[in-house]
Design a binder for this molecule. Structure first.
Ligand SMILES: NC(=O)c1ccc[n+]([C@@H]2O[C@H](COP(=O)([O-])OP(=O)(O)OC[C@H]3O[C@@H](n4cnc5c(N)ncnc54)[C@H](O)[C@@H]3O)[C@@H](O)[C@H]2O)c1
Length: 340
């Protein structure tokens, strides 16, 4: 039985705790939060009796196999480095850090300690996105040359996550990071990036609209477009809509998880809706299922001794795109993405 500890008992952590509870061979034996009320509520909800206000105290006292960090970004670096000092495998929520330099230091600390590190970058683990990628891998649309990854919503994300309205940076750092990661997952690495940002909602501090064009290393082009300012009648939050044009066919992940595969002669339609887990709640269920999938992957990687797909090292490439997007928007030019 793997013994894990979770740090950060906020809005999203409940998903992680539900998913851990469902997984065979893992138990979250201790939790930590600097906020005593959140700690108590979460401990009571999940029946976890070993509770700590201080993460350092928890890691010193508990016998653990891994740590799962679900706090907001300002605490990520110190907590990952703390886990590394204890030589504990560690999962950390996205965005790994506010700066690329911090993220690089965190990845280096885990590498030096010889412990696996995974970023909780769950969007590419969503069942509909996996289904789309499988069709590409099967060669059904030939070689992809264009893709669009769209997340356009008017959902009030600020209600459950008020800190999102307060940061100087918002949609690229918080949401675009997921969509850029999905773009990498589907279309491969990017060599160039151009981005425009807008702030439509005057009540928030950062940008709530971003339009990004990626030039992929193999010659393909992708558009990543994100908005939290779009008034929509039939809200699709938190669905990512995707189109991929290949030289032999076209693929679309449309509203409500309808996947179409077409060419000049045929059109196939598949329902690729994610399963509704027992603890899940619409409209979050697709995201919640991806949490279960990424955590299963972590357990499998620990058992097999292999690097997680969304390892810290891998995630640096996604963070490089986030960095490039803000730089491009500020400087008004196309950025060559450092292959690092
Ligand atoms: N992957 C996803 O789909 C997804 C979705 C939502 C949020 N997130 C990410 O999850 C993380 C948490 O977001 P949230 O909305 O749950 O935030 P939150 O503010 O609701 O919860 C964070 C919790 O961490 C605690 N905390 C902060 N610093 C701490 C420290 N040093 N030690 C112990 N506890 C500490 C806070 O008291 C709070 O209870 C963020 O990085 C966010 O981007 C990911």
């Amino acid at each position: 039985m793997l013994r894990g500890a979770l740090i950060g008992c906020g809005f999203f952590a409940a998903n992680q705790l539900h998913a851990w509870r469902d997984l065979e061979g893992v138990e979250i034996v201790a939790i930590c939060d600097t906020d005593a009320t959140r700690l108590a509520v979460t401990g009571d909800q999940f029946g976890i009796v070993r509770r700590y206000i201080d993460a350092a105290e928890m890691l010193a006292a508990e016998k653990l196999d891994f740590v799962d960090i679900a706090t907001t970004p300002p605490s990520h670096r110190a907590l990952v480095e703390l886990a590394a000092r204890h030589r504990l495998p560690v999962i950390c929520q996205k965005p790994l850090a506010a700066t690329y330099a911090d993220a690089e230091a965190m990845v280096a600390a885990c590498a030096a300690a010889g412990v696996p590190m995974m970023v909780h970058e769950n969007f590419r683990w969503q069942a509909p996105i996996r289904a789309l990628r499988t069709v590409i891998d099967e060669g059904r649309i030939g070689t992809p040359f264009f893709a669009r990854f769209a997340f356009r919503s008017g959902f009030d994300v600020y209600a459950a996550q008020p800190y999102l309205a307060e940061g100087e940076r918002f949609i690229i750092e918080d949401l675009g990071i997921h969509i850029l990661d999905v773009a990498r997952f589907v279309m491969g690495e990017a060599a160039t990036l151009a981005c425009r940002i807008q702030r439509v909602n005057p009540a928030i501090r950062g940008e709530d609209v971003a339009t990004i064009m990626l030039g992929h290393a193999g010659g393909a082009t992708s558009i990543v477009d994100c908005s939290y300012a779009t008034p929509i009648h039939d809200e699709l939050f938190p669905q990512t809509l995707i189109e991929v044009d290949g030289d032999r066919g076209r693929l679309k992940l449309e509203a409500n998880y309808r996947l179409t595969i077409e060419d000049r002669d045929s059109l196939e339609v598949h329902d690729v809706a994610p399963p509704l887990l027992s603890w899940a709640e619409r409209p979050w269920h697709g995201i919640q299922e991806s949490v279960a999938a990424i955590q299963r992957h972590w357990v499998e990687c620990l058992a097999a001794g292999c690097e997680p797909d969304t390892s810290g090292r891998d995630n640096l490439r996604t963070l490089a795109l986030v960095d490039a997007a803000y730089r491009s928007a500020a400087e008004g030019r196309t950025i060559d993405v450092d292959p690092r």
